[in-house]
Design a protein around this ligand. Structure first.
Ligand SMILES: [Zn+2]
Length: 481
């Protein structure tokens, strides 16, 4: 009951409004907060679900937010994870504040509104709740609480790109793997502490060596990863300076680093995201102190808020589309795909959807699916300069092997999505009415009116009064239960 009272009190602190306070919240408090968030922002259709249990039986809660139609085809899924290391506590709290920020600013802030109308965001504030319960506020360094109950480092517990991982799989990392089997994530971040740098794959190397300087372990999408890391570091007021942490850390040029160039290790989560699922994940080290005093949290939130928002927009960079049977128009799941020149395969989803984050340029997409002629589709990703990213959209028919493969018609410009999807008027973004599209169109770009990256006004915190009342009722029920 005491913890519930704490939550109740902390929600009424800022300016007398219903706002989350800047303190650390243990598992029971976290659970109450997430349950209440799940009923507080109906325009974002919040959905609270658990991807499994920790070793000690705590739920691994995820809150999903989106203003899209849940059945819309092609909406990218983004996930944000914190607290994989239980004693790295800042991200856990910042993600709670991010939920509140998205909920409060939807409908008033243009960028937040655009994101929520075009993206599904899944937030897992604590991947290692057992470790967090053991960790102590104020402990800037050390390992106490880092691992799970079995003393396993969860960021060494994933299948590795180069070697077989010999550590027994833990429930927390197994839950992430099952989650990723079900949801086609395209972009992800894992929030850590103990340094200030945006770290990108690979962490793993073919062979661990003891050289004085660690060489980078370059992936096929190194340009994309460097871009994503730079987006975060540049939007962070300090990270991009790359200055070492006071306790003797390393300088990072531009505030970014290849994982192995910092220090190589095997079994990491970001590598797994990339090579197994084509999900671009960064490891974001967001505070020099792993578990700083709560009084530091407001500044840490201010430092990371804009960077998190801009990072999420990157899910719309590159291409997306669908692969379907030319005869039946049914989607083709698990089509095997790669961007030629980038030796990293990825698959279409159950709905035949695919996504790939790419920088501006000309590319060719190779597609193979059992029972169909393989195909190669050229396309271009347009540079929209300072506007919000806009994907090139492809709708690709594959021809059954029982049929002769037709020659490709010449590319024609088309609009596959409603023409005003990306305008600044922010209409709802319904699923594309694919029946109206000509079947022979195979490889075209779309680009509508560019959207300016509007500056967001500061957190307004102006909840509608009805939400306030509903929230109070829910809290009271929790208190009495
Ligand atoms: Zn960590």
């Amino acid at each position: 009951m005491r913890s519930y009272l704490c939550v109740f009190m902390t929600l009424f602190t800022l300016n007398g409004l219903l706002s989350l306070d800047f303190s650390y919240h243990k598992y029971k408090e976290l659970t109450v907060i997430l349950k209440n968030y799940s009923q507080s922002y109906p325009k974002l259709s919040p959905s609270l679900y658990s991807i499994g249990n920790s070793r000690e039986g705590r739920q691994l809660w995820v809150l999903e937010l989106t203003a899209t139609n849940k059945s819309a085809i092609g909406t990218p899924n983004v996930k944000l994870i914190a607290n994989i290391h239980g004693n790295e506590a800042v991200g856990r709290e910042l993600l709670l504040h991010l939920i509140e920020y998205l909920g409060e600013n939807y409908g008033t802030d243009p960028t937040v509104t655009w994101i929520m109308r075009n993206t599904r965001i899944h937030i897992l504030p604590s991947m290692n709740p057992d470790g967090f319960e053991k960790a102590s506020e104020g402990m800037c360094v050390g390992e106490h609480g880092r691992c799970n109950l079995r003393n396993m480092d969860l960021n060494r517990n994933f299948p590795d790109f180069y070697v077989k991982n010999m550590y027994p799989s833990q429930p927390e990392s197994t839950a992430i793997q099952k989650w990723m089997d079900k949801t086609p994530f395209i972009l992800s971040a894992s929030l850590h502490g103990g340094a200030l740098v945006a770290n990108y794959p690979f962490d793993t190397v073919k062979e661990l060596t003891s050289l004085p300087i660690n060489p980078p372990s370059i992936s096929a999408d190194d340009d994309v990863f460097r871009h994503l890391a730079t987006v975060y570091a540049n939007r962070h007021p300090k990270m991009h300076f790359g200055i070492a942490c006071p306790d003797g850390g390393k300088n990072f040029t531009g505030g970014i680093t290849n994982g192995a160039a910092w220090y190589p290790f095997q079994g990491g989560m970001q590598d797994f995201n990339y090579f197994k699922h084509g999900c671009m994940e960064l490891t974001l080290e967001i505070s020099c102190c792993k578990y700083p005093p709560a009084r530091d949290l407001p500044q840490l939130w201010e430092d990371n808020k804009e960077a998190l928002i801009e990072f999420i927009t990157q899910a719309h960079r590159g291409i997306r589309g669908t692969v379907y049977d030319s005869r039946t128009e049914k989607p083709i799941p698990k089509a095997n795909m790669k961007i030629i020149g980038r030796e990293m395969m990825f698959n279409s989803s159950q709905n035949g959807e695919f996504w790939r984050i790419l920088l501006p340029g000309k590319y060719r997409l190779q597609i193979n699916a059992t029972g169909f002629h393989s195909d190669i589709v050229p396309f271009e990703v347009i540079d929209h300069k300072n506007d919000l990213p806009q994907p090139t959209i492809l709708r690709i028919p594959l021809f059954h092997t029982s049929l002769p493969k037709p020659t490709a018609p010449p590319p024609k410009p088309t609009t596959l999505f409603p023409p005003h999807l990306f305008t600044s008027t922010y209409p709802p973004s319904p699923a594309p009415d694919t029946k109206n599209y000509t079947k022979e169109i195979r490889d075209q770009n779309i680009y509508d009116n560019p959207v300016k990256l509007l500056r967001r006004k500061s957190n307004s915190g102006n909840w509608p009064s009805t939400n306030y009342v509903v929230f109070c009722i829910i809290l009271t029920v929790n208190l009495l239960s």
